[in-house]
Design a protein around this ligand. Structure first.
Ligand code: COA
Length: 373
């Protein structure tokens, strides 16, 4: 048997949560096209859809919104821990540590029943934004803000980050960014979560592992590097030479290419539109225009399309989100997908334990230590 490097094209299990068609560039959550969800849904609706497998009616939607609102605050001990940790540490390290700490204050932590897992999924989804915005405020020398129960998930997120009630376009942009990143089939972090779950470990352990997997630059860490690149380019007129320079040095241009999509990433166009709209509203199209030029050069020179991370960088930047908070924000969206996959794996579990194609030595004679070189 020959191993597929990076498990490329390997079907590693069944799922009814999300499907990615890399040839046609189509993405569906539970049967619904991502274009419709990006146009019409809210993040809370998408969370319901991914967890329960159907769109909520009004009563179900209201109930989930209430549950999310009720679970936003962190246990006092966890908030204290946030103050005790070094404020300038890598935010993904802080997020991973604090999510792990949440487990020891959660009475459901060791309960793998479907009801307990759903309660934990709601708590994690409600609390991760509180962790992220508290990290940002503490390191800026300010006190974390109390969550505002009147605001939606996306609006409260921006409010607790910046301290002002956000406008409609910003809330919509935030909602769409959260919706688009909520799930993506067996991506590296979700697969990590499923592997951990398959040992009958618990949801917190699975999510902590998934956060670690997401942090890498080949996965969720790409969006931060995209923004640093756009800042480095500085002006659309410099974009072509800059990108060609990277390609000549055989470097990867962050935010391009995808393991599954061989055509346009269906999420990118929504973020591209929002990047332009936010730029127009702020009277500054600079980030949009640089991005557009980089996109054009990459397609022409390498035949590579941009992925979800590319335009999400300028969108988040224009929403006032600090660059090193882009990947934590990705986690605050993907938490819904991770927890949906944990529940799906638990419901029909078998230990995930693949084989390796052994390429090492065999039949070596034993050499006593004193005779070894
Ligand atoms: N910039 C330049 N070249 C790229 C590239 C990029 N972003 N992504 C892929 N390529 C090139 C590779 O150099 C390789 O070319 P070669 O065959 O001439 O060596 C070819 O495309 C295939 O790349 P490979 O690394 O085998 O693809 P993969 O499926 O293993 O990797 C990614 C997929 C996403 C990891 C990869 O495209 C990448 O590193 N992208 C940048 C990081 C990123 O945006 N990650 C977020 C993903 S949503």
């Amino acid at each position: 048997m020959i191993a597929a490097k990076g498990l490329e094209d390997v079907i590693a299990g069944t799922s009814s949560i999300c499907d990615v068609n890399g040839q046609t560039g189509q993405l569906i959550y539970r049967g619904y096209d991502i274009d419709d969800l990006a146009r019409y849904a809210t993040f809370e609706e998408v969370a319901y859809l991914l967890w329960y497998g159907k769109l909520p009616n009004k009563a179900e939607y209201d109930q989930l919104r209430e549950q999310l609102v009720a679970n936003r605050e962190l246990p006092v001990q966890v908030m204290k821990l946030l103050f005790d940790l070094p404020p300038r540490a890598n935010p993904m390290h802080l997020l991973r540590t604090v999510v792990s700490a949440l487990a020891v204050y959660d009475p459901d932590a060791g309960d793998n029943s479907p009801d307990a897992n759903l309660r934990k999924a709601i708590r994690l989804t409600a609390r991760i934004p509180t962790i992220i915005t508290s990290i940002e405020r503490i390191r800026s020398g300010e006190l974390p803000l109390k969550n505002n129960p009147e605001l939606s998930h996306a609006a409260n997120y921006l409010y607790t980050l910046k301290g002002t009630i956000p406008d409609e376009l910003s809330v919509r942009a935030m909602d769409v960014a959260l919706i688009l990143q909520a799930d993506h089939e067996f991506n590296a972090s979700t697969f990590t979560a499923r592997v951990i779950t398959s040992t009958l470990s618990d949801m917190y352990s699975a999510v902590v592992g998934a956060i670690g997997a997401l942090a890498g630059p080949l996965h969720g860490g790409a969006n931060e590097r995209v923004m640093r690149m756009l800042i480095d380019i500085g002006d659309a007129s410099r974009a072509e030479d800059y990108v060609k320079g990277l390609l000549m040095q055989k470097q990867r241009v962050m935010g391009f290419g995808h393991r599954v999509y061989k055509t346009e990433d269906p999420r990118a166009k929504h973020l591209k539109r929002l990047s332009r709209e936010l730029g127009e509203r702020q009277g500054n199209l600079k980030w949009y225009l640089i991005s557009e030029k980089v996109e054009e050069v990459m397609l022409r020179e390498k035949g590579l399309y941009c992925n979800v991370d590319f335009y999400s960088a300028s969108v988040q930047y224009m929403l006032g989100i600090p660059i090193d908070m882009f990947t934590p924000l990705f986690a605050s969206s993907r938490i819904v997908g991770w927890t949906a996959h944990v529940m799906e794996q638990m419901a029909d579990n078998r230990l995930i334990r693949p084989r390796a194609e052994y390429v090492g030595a065999r039949d070596l004679p034993w050499v006593p230590m004193e005779e070894r070189e």
